[in-house]
Design a protein around this ligand. Structure first.
Ligand SMILES: NC(=O)c1ccc[n+]([C@@H]2O[C@H](COP(=O)([O-])OP(=O)(O)OC[C@H]3O[C@@H](n4cnc5c(N)ncnc54)[C@H](OP(=O)(O)O)[C@@H]3O)[C@@H](O)[C@H]2O)c1
Length: 502
């Protein structure tokens, strides 16, 4: 008997939660590996061993499902079947469908805990868990046990219909808030959204912080959407949290919907915004706000005026921290001199991502030109006395002159190339759309790449759009950053640049 394998606990498991549409063969494989294949491997290895006890750590997700846990629920179902199968063969086995544990294990993070509790499910303490575990070891224990702490009224109130399995508990159910009936709609305020967020994420968040960045994962987004649906009595689009990525933007959405329902707001995004004035191709246009970032720290109109008046110079030799000129002489004497010069702006790598609700991960994969456009575009609007609130949902056009594509090469040669944000981060067309998106603008938006005349072409398009009344105000903005020596070398080789830098 010494050295005999007498008991087996199977407790390996891993989560790969996600909405059904985001599940793939690899997420299924990941979850099945320890639960299904691991357990089956143990079964094959121990099939002939007369075990005194065998406890399989299954999950309540196998019994009643779990948001985003289709793969995990199915894998635990397999584990339960193994337990039953062993029993039928006269072998020891109990599969315990655990609810979430409070202090240890895969559900123990505060945000997950908070979300679980908000759904009406309680957490298993160590003592309760140990008692259930001992029960699973008793000779007469059933092949399948469930241990879950539930507040039935709250838990069932989130279900539009109680499944037959849980019908015995439905007398505890609080009425489910019917959705879609405009007469029962309630206005969801910023304070209510902040409260729901706190219970979903587990901590308070800034009203302007991107929610995904503040700890809201895709399941949390579904949970929050459900809560807001209950609170508002409205049928909400499933993409709501992605379309309105901060608490304040969400509050704006509910306010807009309430205004529409009361007949006090715009009928739809963009509706009623069309300017009433007639087309006038002679109309003069006023520039109300200006922002500037030019080489050598020139960042105001006064500085530019001063520099021109004093015949200043913003062209300099390439700073060594940008790129090395080592080997330039091999390009030949003349070309080697041409590639030495450029206009270099300061601190183009800095970006206030939170201001525009852009996550650090997305900001890192974003062309610095896109980041500069957002910051300097907004600064120009600010100069005209327009802030985010004033701009939101207005018929404001965005016209961008942009031609440099160095970022595509930077991304291609770095790990950022694998980022989900790489495609949009390097696209010139997205550069214009992004300003409209972050400011909630509804006017035309377009990027113009006509090489060195890109800003001029964008300026002309903005002027025409205003004169044709396609928009009531417009931002015209040009950007161009050279990030690598390549463009300089090709221009120098083509004789397009000067050996003196001017
Ligand atoms: N905690 C809960 O609230 C809860 C609720 C219901 C059910 N359960 C079930 O209870 C069991 C234990 O959960 P837990 O919270 O203690 O989880 P945990 O702390 O995340 O531990 C899971 C264990 O599984 C191992 N594992 C993961 N993938 C593996 C693989 N492919 N091959 C071998 N081992 C693998 C991990 O090993 P490494 O550390 O080496 O990666 C880890 O030791 C799991 O089966 C889980 O599904 C837990």
């Amino acid at each position: 008997e010494a050295g005999r394998l007498a008991g087996l606990w199977h407790a390996a498991g891993v989560l790969s939660d996600g909405l059904l549409r985001a599940q793939t063969a690899s997420t299924l494989r990941r979850v099945y590996a320890p639960k299904v294949h691991g357990a089956w491997g143990l079964q094959l290895a121990c099939a002939a061993a007369p075990l005194d006890a065998c406890v399989l750590f299954s999950s309540i997700a196998s019994l009643i499902g779990g948001g985003g846990q289709s793969n995990y629920g199915a894998a635990n179902g397999c584990l339960d079947s193994l337990g039953v199968c062993r029993r039928q063969r006269g072998q020891a086995a109990s599969s315990v469908q655990w609810g979430p544990w409070a202090d240890v294990g895969m559900a123990a993070s505060s945000s997950v805990n908070a979300r679980i509790q908000a759904s009406g499910m309680g957490l298993i303490g160590l003592e309760q868990g140990a008692t259930a575990f001992r029960a699973a070891l008793l000779p007469g224990a059933p092949a399948l046990l469930s241990l879950v702490v539930l507040s039935w009224g709250k838990f069932l109130s989130f279900m539009p219909a109680v499944p037959p399995l849980l019908q015995g508990f439905s007398s505890h159910r609080r009425p489910f808030a019917a959705v879609g009936d405009a007469s029962e709609r309630r206005v969801v305020t910023l304070e209510m959204i902040m409260e729901s967020l706190e219970s979903t994420i587990g901590t308070g968040v800034d009203a302007d912080a991107p929610l995904m960045e503040a700890g809201l994962d895709s399941l949390g987004a579904v949970e929050l959407g459900n809560q807001l649906q209950q609170e508002s009595g409205m049928t909400l689009p499933s993409t709501l949290i992605f379309d309105y990525p901060t608490a304040r933007q969400l509050a704006g959405y509910f306010k807009e919907e309430a205004d529409k329902a009361n007949g006090t707001g715009d009928a739809a995004v963009g509706d009623g915004l069309a300017p009433k004035a007639a087309v006038n191709l002679e109309a003069q246009v006023n520039a109300c706000g200006v922002s500037i970032m030019l080489p050598h720290g020139m960042n105001s109109a006064a500085m530019v005026r001063h520099m021109s008046a004093s015949s200043g110079d913003v062209i300099a030799e390439v700073p060594p921290e940008r790129w090395s000129l080592e080997g330039a002489e091999q390009l030949g004497e003349l070309i080697g001199r041409r590639v030495r010069h450029g206009g270099f702006v300061h601190a183009a790598e800095m970006f206030d991502n939170a201001r525009f609700s852009v996550s650090p991960a997305e900001a890192a994969a974003m062309d610095p030109q896109q980041r500069l456009l957002m910051e300097y575009g907004y600064e120009a609007f600010h100069g005209a006395g327009l802030d985010k609130a004033a701009l939101n949902n207005t018929l404001t056009g965005i016209f961008v002159g942009i031609a440099q594509q160095d970022w595509s090469d930077v991304v291609k040669n770095s790990t950022m190339g694998r980022s989900v944000y790489a495609a949009t981060g390097a696209s010139l067309s997205i550069a214009a759309g992004r300003i409209s998106f972050v400011l909630g603008l509804q006017g035309p938006c377009c990027s113009y790449d006509t090489a060195c005349s890109a800003a001029l072409a964008a300026n002309h398009a903005a002027l025409r759009a205003l004169q044709l009344n396609e928009c009531s105000s417009a931002l015209m903005i040009g950007v161009g950053t050279v990030l690598m020596p390549g463009v300089g070398i090709t221009f120098a080789t083509a004789g397009m640049t000067s050996a003196k830098g001017h």
